[in-house]
Design a protein around this ligand. Structure first.
Ligand SMILES: Nc1ncnc2c1ncn2[C@@H]1O[C@H](COP(=O)(O)OP(=O)(O)OP(=O)(O)O)[C@@H](O)[C@H]1O
Ligand SMILES: [Mg+2]
Length: 239
């Protein structure tokens, strides 16, 4: 499937128009400002209960940071809120796959695709197009200029993470889910990423970001701390 999605030439990208996520969001958003609503969310892996009756409401255009110790269920929650995974019980109005972009904790770049083709993948998958100018702007701002034709295994970890971030930004999606998107970055580069995410919310996107960094969380409108949620361990009485 990936190769079919990646046959977009530079020329066609040049001709294409960028579809604004502002327009997408306003066209699809209900009158209610609530973008994401989760009720009584529970997630079990076998006997291990990771999320237990979680209630969550995120407004449209909000920038929310999810924090908590390693293993507390941040990635699990993000995947459920985005619709990548289903809860064991409870409800969530996860967006349609064409309305979301996801920055994976382990980047999830396709090894056979160049940085540029990886970066434009979600946009294509969602039926959106990104202009060559937009790709150039994002690559330049993320310090990826000159690396467009590199394969993931020719990039450093931080560069791969920046390509993963570029992929989410270029999707122009109404929802961006970012799992520790600055985890491999220096402070200066992290600030560039966080400013991009902030700008996306100012343009109407809703951003849910997992982070261990207080510095990153400071960019968010609100922090949800999973440390305050019951944390079950396998074999415990909560499991
Ligand atoms: N597919 C799976 N199968 C079994 N257990 C899983 C699965 N995915 C996650 N878990 C368990 O769920 C718990 C929470 O994992 P999760 O990845 O959500 O944590 P996290 O808060 O994102 O941690 P980190 O900060 O280390 O990334 C862990 O104990 C993990 O073992
Ligand atoms: Mg995680």
């Amino acid at each position: 499937m990936a190769s079919i999605l990646c046959d977009c030439s530079d020329e066609s990208m040049q001709k294409s128009e960028t579809r604004s996520h502002v327009a997408t969001a306003s066209a699809n958003s209900p009158v209610s400002p609530r973008a994401l609503q989760a009720h009584n969310l529970t997630k079990r892996f076998g006997k291990h209960k990771v999320l237990d009756g979680l209630e969550l409401s995120i407004n449209s255009g909000e920038f929310v940071a999810i924090m908590g110790p390693s293993g507390s269920g941040k990635t699990t929650l993000l995947r459920i809120l985005s619709g990548l995974d289903k809860p064991s019980s409870g409800t969530v109005n996860a967006p349609h796959r064409t309305e979301r972009a996801f920055v994976f904790q382990d980047y999830n770049l396709l090894e056979s695709l160049t940085a540029m083709r990886n970066a434009t993948l979600t946009a294509r998958f969602s039926g959106r197009r990104c202009s060559k100018a937009q790709v150039k702007t994002i690559f330049n701002s993320l310090g990826l200029r000159g690396f467009e034709s590199y394969l993931p295994n020719q990039l450093s970890g931080g560069q791969q993470q920046r390509v993963a971030v570029a992929r989410a930004l270029l999707a122009n999606a109404p929802f961006i889910f970012a799992d520790e998107p600055t985890g491999a970055l220096d402070d200066q580069t992290a600030d560039v990423v966080l400013k991009h995410l902030k700008t996306a919310t100012q343009s109407g996107s809703t951003v849910v970001m997992v982070t261990h960094s207080q510095r990153a969380a400071a960019y968010a409108d609100r922090v949800i701390d999973l440390a305050k949620e019951p944390l079950a361990t396998p074999g415990s009485k909560n499991s």
